[in-house]
Design a protein. Structure first.
Length: 274
């Protein structure tokens, strides 16, 4: 039996209104009989008068090659956009910034303040600020020529990958890059565009994690010293049941504010990419 999509809500409504219930639950045989009767009710003229509803995109009679190519391009674009999170995380400065911010919050011991949304939002806008020269270069060398039909999609993607590779290689440790080149069987290259993206990205990501943890250690160290000093003072005066974190937290926040910590941290992060 073929049912229109508009009849399905009526089917569900009539099915539950006519379904019998007992004190011990539903009667399965009687429930199946009522369900069959409900299906038969849809052959009445009332439901037969409901027009069918369908959705159609594009012209069915037009099978031009240009429209097919446009559909394939749209599909490829959606596929690329689905990897947007991985591109932002693995191929920009976002990873280093957000890890350093979380190390800062752990060092301060402020639990969920600043919240994750604030730290991730600030890291995202700092990433846009740092990547602005690279984005402008991609716009001039790849996007604008593609819009003006001076190059096709393959050439535009190849041209757009060169500025990103240049940015990542400048921040990548040489040993990490050589290791992945050896694992990929690449002995040497004459230009950056000859390096495949699957070699540059993991080397860059490992280098970013290493640098982020080094910066995080330098940030965490002074806060740990404050915790040790406060714990020693509390132990010396005999206050052993008071958690040292509760006493050291105001001092850590005070020191961080007095030295203008946010400005120094953001300045150091931006200059670390230069």
């Amino acid at each position: 039996m073929k049912l229109n999509s508009l009849k399905i809500p009526y089917l569900i409504l009539v099915f539950f209104l006519t379904s019998p219930s007992t004190t011990h639950g539903f009667d399965a045989p009687l429930l199946g009989m009522k369900f069959s009767q409900t299906l038969v009710q849809f052959q009445t003229p009332i439901f037969a008068q409901i027009p069918p509803i369908g959705i159609q995109i594009g012209n069915q009679d037009d099978s031009d090659d240009d429209e097919l190519a446009l559909a394939i391009q749209a599909l490829l674009l959606i596929t690329i956009l689905s990897f947007g999170t991985a591109i932002i995380t693995m191929m920009t400065s976002f990873t280093r910034i957000v890890i350093v911010f979380f190390f800062l919050r752990m060092g301060l011991g402020t639990q969920q303040s600043p919240p994750n949304q604030v730290l991730i939002g600030l890291a995202l806008f700092l990433t846009i600020f740092i990547m602005k020269p690279t984005i402008d270069q991609i716009n001039e060398e790849a996007y604008q020529p593609y819009v003006q039909e001076e190059m096709n999609q393959i050439e535009a993607l190849a041209a757009a990958s060169v500025p990103i590779k240049e940015f990542m290689i400048k921040q990548t440790d040489e040993d990490n890059l050589l290791y992945f080149m050896d694992m990929a069987g690449i002995s040497s290259v004459d230009a950056i565009n000859e390096l495949p993206i699957f070699v540059v990205v993991p080397a860059y990501t490992i280098s970013e994690l290493t640098i982020a943890f080094q910066i995080g250690f330098m940030i965490y160290l002074p806060f740990m010293i404050i915790d040790l000093v406060v714990a020693s003072i509390l132990l010396s005066v005999g206050i052993m049941f008071l958690p040292p974190v509760m006493v050291s937290l105001p001092f850590k926040i005070l020191v961080f504010v007095l030295v203008d910590g946010w400005y120094l941290l953001v300045q150091s992060l931006i200059e670390s990419f230069n």
